[in-house]
Design a binder for this molecule. Structure first.
Ligand SMILES: Cc1ncc(COP(=O)(O)O)c(C=O)c1O
Length: 384
């Protein structure tokens, strides 16, 4: 089901940008956050069927589109959302940008938690807002929130950009952690913009959408998409969930100003197929990913490689603590690229707090992962 597939010549960022990213094509690419795995048949069938109709003109968002999102939220997270709350968009990162413009002004402060998926910080800076970094605490191999620091920063912030689950640390926030954040944000009148694009891939825990806490519903915006879960990032299909009517109007105005109008016919077909019929495939995907995570952990331990992998609570991205290698960040990056011939993300691209870390994408086939781990073991043997 999750077999190796040749991605060469499909214009994939992951493979075709290797030279730009790593200066060499001789790496197994385990970086950008999409998977090397085929999307489920419930999507490919609908896309094939739609492609067979030779007119690809302007396309509406049909009732089925909204119903499928409502169905997904209810069945996966037991969260009822009204149809009106859903605002379709072309991508979560564009929505982050619209939300910043919609709810803050130049010079306003926005809280983030690094190490962090880089577009959060860059979007804030591009829009001339101020980044307030509530750096995550890293202790005993686990990340947690510095609530005291958060409470101080909330006093001057207009917005908090939450990444839930969190990329790159793979934390799936607990209910009580979210409660604490919510209470501070309510007390200090801070809006929460919650990016929940990784919410479907959470292992052994439950994902709690920020929007499912009733007390914050009037001041939160949730961004989500089927793109990570079903490997359809190239279809540029996402949505915002905004329960408060006034907040929704302000956001829609901002999107409209940027010329965002109709959806693309393939993205719409894909989301309907995925959210209606993708449940079993997703459950199997999670088993496959968990087995990949276990395989990496076992390889590191049995080969005495001094890289600590944290508990991966969510996502197909493992956050590797390489500090015991006793190398500088530059040397760690060079070790992976030139010695192990593996293309991971440099931890420092997620902010200073990522110093000493690397991000490994395990959303791939067993065959590719085994080859990658073989390369890592050989390279480490040569190093020591
Ligand atoms: C937390 C997070 N948000 C957003 C995105 C990208 O979303 P989109 O492709 O819909 O803009 C990613 C991709 O890696 C991500 O990890």
């Amino acid at each position: 089901m999750f077999k190796k597939i040749d991605r060469e010549s499909s214009y994939s960022v992951k493979y075709d940008l290797r030279i730009d990213k790593f200066d060499t094509e001789d790496v197994i690419p385990l970086w950008v956050a999409d998977m090397d795995l085929a999307s489920p048949k419930c999507i490919t069938d609908r896309l094939t069927n739609r492609a067979s109709h030779p007119i690809y003109g302007y396309t509406i968002y049909p009732d089925e589109y909204y119903q499928s999102i409502q169905h997904w939220m209810k069945s996966r997270f037991d969260w009822h959302i009204d149809r009106d709350w859903i605002v379709p968009c072309y991508g979560v990162v564009p929505s982050i940008n619209f939300a910043i413009s919609a709810y803050t002004s130049e010079g306003d402060s926005i809280i983030v938690q690094t190490p962090l998926y880089p577009p959060f910080v860059s979007s804030i800076r591009h829009k001339h807002r101020v980044v307030l970094d509530n750096v995550l605490i890293y202790k005993d191999g686990k990340y947690s929130i510095d609530f005291d620091d958060f409470a101080i920063k909330a006093k001057e912030a207009k917005m908090f950009m939450l990444c839930s689950p969190h990329n790159p640390t793979s934390r799936a926030w607990d209910e009580d952690e979210l409660e604490k954040i919510i209470d501070i944000c309510i007390a200090e009148d801070v809006i929460i913009l919650s990016d929940e694009i990784h919410s479907d891939i959470v292992y052994k825990k439950l994902h709690h959408s920020i929007g499912s806490f009733e007390k914050i519903q009037d001041r939160c915006i949730i961004l989500n998409a089927p793109s990570k879960t079903f490997n359809i990032a190239g279809l540029n299909t996402s949505y915002a969930i905004i329960p408060n009517r006034r907040k929704r109007k302000i956001y829609i105005l901002e999107q409209d100003k940027s010329g965002i109008t109709n959806g693309n016919p393939f993205g719409i077909e894909a989301i309907i197929g995925a959210y209606r019929e993708g449940h079993i495939w997703l459950d199997n995907l999670k088993l496959h990913l968990q087995s990949n995570i276990d395989y990496v952990n076992k390889t590191l331990i049995t080969n005495n490689i001094p890289i600590k992998s944290l508990t991966t609570e969510a996502t197909f991205l493992m956050w590797l603590d390489c500090r015991d290698m006793k190398l500088s960040q530059q040397e760690i990056v060079e070790f992976f690229v030139y010695k192990a011939r593996l293309g991971l993300n440099d931890g420092k691209s997620f902010g200073e707090a990522g110093d000493g870390f690397m991000r490994l994408n395990i959303g791939t086939s067993k065959e590719i992962l085994e080859e990658a781990m073989d390369r890592l073991c050989k390279a480490y043997e040569e190093l020591s």
